[in-house]
Design a protein around this ligand. Sequence first.
Ligand code: ISC
Ligand code: MG
Length: 466
Amino acid sequence: MVTIQRTELKEGIQAAIEKAKKNSASVLVSEVQKIDSCLPLSFFAAGKEKYGGERFFWKHPSEERYMIGLGICKEIASDQATDRFFHVEKEWGSFISQAIIYDDEHVQGTGPTAFGGFSFDPHKEKTMLWSNYASSLFHIPRFMLSITDGHTYLTTNVVCTNECDSSYYMEIENERQELLAQTREHVKLELVSLVDRLEVKPEAWKQSVTQVVEGLKQGPLKKVVLARELRLIFNGEIQSETVLNRLLEEQKDSYVFAFESHGDCFIGASPERLVKKNHDQVFSTCLAGSIARGKSEAEDELLGNSLLKDDKNLIEHQYVVDMIKEAIEDTCTKVTIPSHPQLLKLKHIQHLYTPVIGKADEHTSLLALVEKLHPTPALGGLPKEPAVAKIREVEDLDRGFFAGPIGWMDYQGNGEFAVAIRSGLIQGNEASIFAGCGLVGDSRAESEYEETNMKFKPMLSALGGI
Ligand SMILES: C=C(O[C@H]1C=CC=C(C(=O)O)[C@@H]1O)C(=O)O
Ligand SMILES: [Mg+2]
């Protein structure tokens, strides 16, 4: 059983209440404790009853990090479209500036950490589908499990106001003990069956592809990414732990994430990093250009080799490299980018892949990098603004958080955002899943349609739909 040896939370809460009274403002207390190992999914599931609808889950592809948050001790939420990254950065900065932090370990992704993301396009009219997600939305959890390099940490966050009294400590301590006791329980995985599958206007989608491709041939737009949606209906409530369990098993080389808000769950397994910041080291990824996996090793190799030589896919990929290179060179020194893409092979698809590394300038924050990069031409197009405007005009779909940046940032300025693709939104017994494809002058509607079918597979399979 997970036990806690020593806690400074009682002193912390006392000090925070005094500070809150003096400043007439709420004060965060955050305590980091090293604990015995705890399985990530067990922790997520242990929070189901009390924090269901207010949890998050994050797994780095290499398993270098898991982060699981339960409950919300502070929410940063806004539908403001202009300066949204700056707005979040400001609110996050002022929230942590007054915090009382007990953290002897200083391990990244522990202590005060915000998890969340941004919608793809805040200027697109929001529909009911995404009504439970503000277009900038971050949660600072009550409890967070962080597993990194084989060590496990528990962060407890408490916001104290001038109305709290010292009995607050016992309330939180009881809540913490109750949760830790529940992490011993077996994770119940309940399967549901697909009863209906609604493909949202496939013929109209193909027509939009043809129309956009005609435009690309004329210029000045070079690339536009168009997405489509499948609505799935099941015979019972979809359990996010069951879907996570499948994604963890099947999509080992992807970021596996879940982000619950007001009971809905945005969930997925993305192979694409937007940006990671580790002190001044910056990492990004160019991922675009796709082909199927082969049924045999020989066929797989043949397909991979043909992708590496395919002009249409190489152009689709190169636009992403050009844009990310420019964005990273604007904010970083010592930029390294290989001159040719390599293959990234996933369970259902293979891609062209180019990693990017740089050293950030002193004043470049993680969110400034996110703003600069989002959306890359792997999700938006080239040039950026007119491509996003084109998507807004022709796409008959509310992407919401699909293809937006999703991830975490800690109080030390480190963090990582993935591009939220291969994802879907779970709402009770229904789910919407999304997939897009990069259109260039040489694209053909039918093969792009098939490509999006491949990109639906990770979520379809995790939901039990295939
Ligand atoms: C837009 C998606 O994938 C992007 C990432 C990799 C390859 C892509 C492509 O080949 O079109 C897309 O740009 C998606 O999965 O929905
Ligand atoms: Mg493509």
